[in-house]
Design a protein around this ligand. Structure first.
Ligand code: HEM
Length: 367
């Protein structure tokens, strides 16, 4: 059996309370791939994902006669499902002429424009397909990606990948975790059904096959940890517009108090600097626009200068990529945080709904 879902349900890994770990990988479809190969890959991935999410192997670990390579690589045997979810995305390249799917391309799906403060590395940018595997055991997430990449061999090649080691957002019943700058991340995020309907799930103006789907934007954002650590905590708080320890907005109250961007101190300055990260990103200052943030902390060890090479794998979901573009135009131009971060990787994907029982991810595309 493939997935067991009702028609039009979202894929797991979007509303799912963020698991502890994430492996994100993007793929390029091989030059010789045709619509049929893409279809077969999506069907095989869907079947494998259903197995993996149930804590099962994808085929045998040991061949029956004890000779030859196994199908499943085996390193997640005995680890259970560990809350694994795998979310599949389709990049703009899927809708080029070569697969005959140009007529199915969602009008909102296109490569992102160049944004202020982009420092994108082409080797960390783009992709025809994406896999987001999240789990409470890093080996389970890695195993899923590894076996799915094996299945793709011959049809698609790996383009870029990020290993996220700590969740940096919270679901409704989770405490807010912290990013690598030591601040609580995920305090004000999309959480109500009404906001998911308004800001995350594709609307009736979209392609019919996207009903119940959404768009994923992934950004690999490097964080300059050493210079951040040398900064005064008071300045760090000014940059985010929040207190470091308890996460309260600088306008007062506790973590979940609504920030007041107008309230002023005795000297007449707004208590929350208007170039702070939250002032520029808040929906109150962006015509109501909200995006679902589901980021993870990552590290690549040390860079060529011996500095910590780490940051935020910024995974986001929204029903119009333009919403991200709008926010990032403002942040990239004025955010006080810019001195300490650099966007080095980027990609955008359409995320179809979960397949109904007996179907596979994206099947409606080929109908
Ligand atoms: C809020 C960190 C990049 C959009 C926050 C908060 C922190 C944070 C600590 C406050 C707590 C919260 O409400 O979650 C970071 C870091 C980033 C980063 C460390 C990069 C390394 C971005 C980007 C965007 C973004 C690229 C969008 C383009 C938002 C939004 C909020 C937020 C919408 C909520 C603002 C509010 O309504 O109060 N971020 N962020 N962030 N961030 Fe970021």
């Amino acid at each position: 059996p493939f997935y067991v879902t009702d028609k039009g349900m979202p894929q797991p890994g979007i509303t799912t309370a963020p698991q502890c770990y994430c492996v994100f990988m993007t793929f390029d479809l091989a030059a010789g791939s045709v619509a049929r190969s893409l279809q077969v890959l999506l069907a095989r991935w869907s079947a494998a994902i259903a197995q993996l999410q149930a804590g099962k192997t994808v085929g045998a670990v040991a061949p029956s006669r004890g000779v030859g390579a196994g199908q499943d690589t085996g390193e997640a045997l005995d680890l259970g499902p560990a809350s694994l979810t795998v979310t599949v995305g389709l990049g703009p390249g899927v809708f080029g002429d070569r697969f005959g799917l140009a007529g199915r391309r969602p009008a909102k799906l296109a490569e992102l424009p160049t944004l202020p403060s982009d420092r994108l590395d082409p080797a960390l940018t783009g992709g025809d397909l994406s896999l987001q595997a999240c789990a409470d055991d890093p080996q389970v997430a890695y195993h899923a990606i590894r076996d799915l990449a094996r299945i793709a061999r011959g049809t698609a090649t790996v383009r870029w990948t990020v290993l996220g080691f700590g969740r940096a957002s919270a679901g409704p019943h989770q405490t807010t975790p912290r990013n690598l700058f030591g601040f609580k991340d995920g305090t004000r995020n999309v959480s109500t059904d009404a906001d998911f309907d308004k800001w995350v799930w594709a609307g009736s103006d979209d392609q019919a096959w996207m009903a119940g789907g959404t768009y994923q934007i992934a950004r690999k954002i490097q964080m300059n940890i050493e210079i951040w650590d040398a900064d005064d905590v008071a300045d760090q708080q000014k940059i985010f517009g929040r207190m470091k320890v308890d996460g309260a907005p600088l306008s007062g109250g506790t973590e979940h108090t609504t920030p007041d961007f107008a309230v002023r101190d005795a000297a007449g300055q707004t208590k929350i600097d208007l170039r702070s990260h939250i002032a520029l990103a808040a929906h109150e200052n962006n015509d109501g626009v909200k995006i679902l943030r589901r980021p993870y902390n990552y590290t690549d060890g040390l860079n060529q200068y011996g500095q910590l090479d780490a940051g935020l794998l910024f995974l986001t979901y929204m029903n119009d990529p333009e919403h991200f573009v709008r926010l990032q135009r403002r942040l990239g131009a004025s955010d006080l945080l810019n001195e300490y971060i650099g966007h080095v990787g980027s990609a955008v994907f359409a995320v179809p709904p979960a397949p109904a029982t007996g179907s596979y991810i994206g099947e409606a595309l080929f109908a």
